[in-house]
Design a protein around this ligand. Structure first.
Ligand SMILES: N[C@@H](CCC(=O)N[C@@H](CS)C(=O)NCC(=O)O)C(=O)O
Length: 245
């Protein structure tokens, strides 16, 4: 299997966590994909295009060995979980499943809002859309507050919603707060402040092997666009051989 994804490990990737927890880590070829910029940091499209296998041209995109392509992180995680060789992250039908799926949705949407805010930083400060920030920021704070209330009640499991929480919170902390990026959206924002239960949960979850396998570890694989294009070509060849898409 090939996973096309952005290899920035300054945040926790939900799909990587899921791949590791479900026992697919070793059989996954991770293909570095830069959806927005080339390696020189210029905003260009095309060099790392996935358009031939994903009409949305987005990461993450999973390609199975027979050429079948699955995109949308939710679909990818569900595929990995259904074919799990180890833990299952999607609870069986019932209340626990809806709780996990709702946290998955909350944090996936929170992540996308955070990406929108982080992308605003690419504009000159005077061109940044303040209305976007004013609209989205209260939702992100409310999402964190809801998760703090949930964390106060406690969990005795680790599900797909938790993987998504790690993804959103670590990305938000990096791009919108006091953790890492230059020119963050809110330079002094500390998501942990006033959220002790969530903060404790987060620190414990970072100890999982599925997180430690990539978080804050530099991507060591091939990053050239030639390699990326070769991997896309392999998917297309498998598709024509197996009549998949
Ligand atoms: N809902 C999608 C979101 C994927 C997504 O928006 N990926 C961004 C990177 S964070 C992307 O590839 N953007 C490239 C583009 O929009 O052209 C998922 O969860 O997979």
């Amino acid at each position: 299997m090939k996973l096309f994804y952005s290899p920035f490990h300054s945040f926790v990737h939900k799909v990587l966590v899921c791949a590791h927890e479900t026992g697919h880590w070793e059989s996954l070829t991770r293909v570095a994909t830069f959806p927005f910029k080339n390696l020189a940091g210029e905003l260009v499209r095309g060099q790392y295009s996935l358009a031939a296998i994903n009409p949305l041209d987005k990461v993450p995109t999973l390609a199975l060995d027979d050429g079948q392509v699955i995109y949308g992180s939710q679909a990818i995680c569900e595929y990995l979980d259904e074919n799990s060789r180890a833990a299952r992250l999607y609870p069986r039908p019932g209340g626990a499943r809806w709780d996990a799926l709702t946290r998955l949705a909350l944090c996936d949407m929170g992540f996308e809002m955070t990406v929108t805010l982080a992308m605003e930083r690419w504009r000159a400060p005077e061109l940044r859309n303040v209305d976007t920030y004013n609209w989205l920021w209260p939702k992100l704070e409310a999402a964190l507050d809801k998760l703090e209330r949930d964390a106060s009640a406690g969990w005795d499991n680790f599900d797909i919603g938790h993987a998504s929480m790690l993804h959103m919170i670590s990305y938000l902390a990096y791009w919108c707060g006091n953790v890492g990026a230059d020119d963050p959206v809110r330079p002094n924002f500390d998501w942990r402040k006033g959220r002790p239960a969530l903060s404790d949960w987060f620190d414990k979850a970072l100890e999982r092997d599925s997180v430690k396998a990539h978080f804050r570890i530099e991507f060591a694989g091939e990053t050239s666009s030639e390699y990326h294009q070769r991997m896309v070509a392999e998917v297309l060849a498998a598709q024509s051989e197996n009549h998949t898409r």
